[in-house]
Every structure is written in C-alpha cells, then in structure tokens.
Design a binder for this molecule. Structure first.
Ligand SMILES: [Zn+2]
Length: 308
C-alpha cells in the first residue's frame, strides 16, 4: 500500500513536471481553418497540406456522382462556416455559385484548383443529334486523374491556406514537399509496373479517363457515355459491341459511381471484362486517399489487361 508520504511525493513530482512542461507548450493555438471542398480529392490534398490546422468538409462523398450531384441542406451549413472553398472548376461543379449565394456567403474565397492545367478537349464524334461543345467547352474537367495535375491543384491549396493562415505557411510548404516526394515515388512505381504491359486498349464508361490514360499510356478506344451522365442509345450500344469485338478490347473500365448495366451488357456480348474503378477517393475499399486511389486504379486495370 502506498503511504501518505509516497502519495504526496508523487503528487509533487506530477505537479512539478506539469509546471515545467507547461511553458514549453505552444501558445494556445488558433481554431483550425474551416475548409470546404467539392470532391474528396481536394479533401485529401487540403488535409495533407493543412494537417491539424484545417478542418475539411467534402460536399461529395466518394460514392457520389459528380455530374448528377445536387447540394444537400448540410452543404449550406458547411459553406456558412467555411473560410475557404476549393473547387476543381471547368464547369464540373456548376452548383457551387448558387450554393454559396444561398448560404449568404457571396464574399467567400473560392479557389479554382484547375487553374493553369493544360486541358484535354474531348473530340465528340460528329453526331448530329448532339449539340456538342456545351458540356466540356472549357476542356475535360477530370484533371485530377493525372498525378501531374494533382501537383498543380495542391500548389493552389498550399497557396490559399498559407494566405488564410500565414503563421503556418512554412509548415504547409513542408507538408507539400513531403507529399510531392511520395507522389513521385508512387508514379515511378506504377510506371514500372506498367512497363511490360503490351495491350493497353480500353473502353471507358464516362469521359473521366483521358488524363489518366495519357499519363499512364492507356488507349481509350471508345467511351460508353459520349457526354457525362448521358446514357447511350441502342444504336450506340451496338456500335460499342462492334468496336470492342473488332479491336479485341479486353477491358471495359467502369466506375463504382455509375450503373453497371451497360458495361455488363457489353461484357456479356463481347467477352471483355468489366473493371470497376473509382474516380473519387473513398469510392471503393482501399481507395481512401488520392495515392491509394491512383495505385488501385492502375493495378486493377493492369491485371485485367494481362488476363486473357
Ligand atoms: Zn465525371
């Protein structure tokens, strides 16, 4: 049993330690910045850069579709509290301006993270039924699918956070530098994995993959949705079946956010495999971060193309 003296001594030591260590602690730190982002990729980037100095809310979750999304009441609450908002831009989040207005936050800083990225312009087939050039007139918005573009997006994030919280600007820059090293390493690892892959032709579900394909050397032979969120007609499906057969395409890249009906139909008709990937982190198990998502998509696709 502990004697009274022992307990007293113990108490003295504890309080002394507490007293000594107290001044070494940082001055009461500010509340973290409230950051709102449109899609989970930006949440990951903002959290990597901001660390404990940011509290990030993503309006879309990984399993939601960026083209059919409409804001929820909880989004209004998040935007009201936000000090900075990150979006991709390029017409991807057409609903942001109205959301910010409805939240009564017209003066909120909105950072468009795609600024400065070299864009890919989709060349839609000359289909007289499509009034093309409307949806992606500014260029294909799925820029984050190429890690090189994610670097640009992260630089926008770092700059904006440094502006909003200059006391931690150096820490933000260090976090960015450490992350870019990890991203480089992963890119090298994935490029190495793909080196011996000879067949790189795919059919994609929606036009989310051109940046990814260009970076990793895949060839998109056809896309099921000529425009995002537009279902193919029966004639277009017949044409897709013919294309897959003619080119002996082995993989149809679908996404967890979309219906698997047409990809499965194409697979049944042609013997190609459906590979379900994700364009947003968190859409599938083992894709919680941007790096995990990148790895998952490349490795799954590579193994599907290798199996005959
Ligand atoms: Zn999309």
């Amino acid at each position: 049993m502990l004697s009274f003296r022992c307990i007293t001594l113990y108490w003295i030591i504890l309080s002394t330690v507490g007293f000594i260590s107290a001044p070494a602690m940082a001055a009461p730190s500010k509340e973290p910045l409230n950051v709102v982002v449109t899609i989970p990729v930006l949440k990951d980037l903002a959290e990597v850069v901001g660390g404990p100095h940011v509290r990030v809310t993503s309006l879309l979750k990984g399993y939601e579709n960026e083209h059919t999304y409409s804001p929820k009441p909880s989004d209004l609450v998040a935007v009201r509290k936000a000090q900075v908002l990150f979006e991709v831009g390029l017409g991807l989040e057409v609903w942001v301006a109205n959301l910010v207005k409805s939240a009564g936050r017209s003066s909120l800083t909105i950072i468009t993270t795609s600024k400065g990225i070299g864009l890919i312009h989709d060349d839609h087939e000359a289909d007289p039924n499509h009034r093309d050039g409307v949806k992606h007139a500014r260029g294909n918005p799925h820029v984050w699918m190429d890690p090189e573009n994610a670097v640009t997006m992260m630089r926008h994030v770092t700059e904006a956070l440094s502006h909003a919280d200059p006391d931690h600007a150096q820490e933000f820059r260090q976090n960015q530098a450490a992350y870019l090293r990890r991203l480089d390493q992963l890119r090298a690892e994935l490029t190495d994995r793909l080196r011996k892959l000879s067949d790189r032709r795919i059919v994609a579900h929606h036009p989310a993959w051109p940046y990814f394909a260009r970076r990793f050397g895949f060839e998109i032979v056809a896309t099921i949705q000529a425009q995002s969120a537009s279902e193919p007609s029966a004639a277009q499906i017949r044409q897709l079946i013919e294309t897959i057969k003619r080119h002996r395409v082995k993989a149809v890249v679908s996404e967890i956010q979309l219906s698997q009906r047409v990809p499965e139909l194409l697979a049944r008709e042609t013997g190609a495999r459906v590979v379900v990937l994700t364009t947003l982190p968190g859409g599938l198990p083992r894709t919680d971060t941007y790096l995990d998502m990148l790895r998952y998509n490349v490795l799954q696709l590579a193994s599907a193309l290798e199996t005959s």
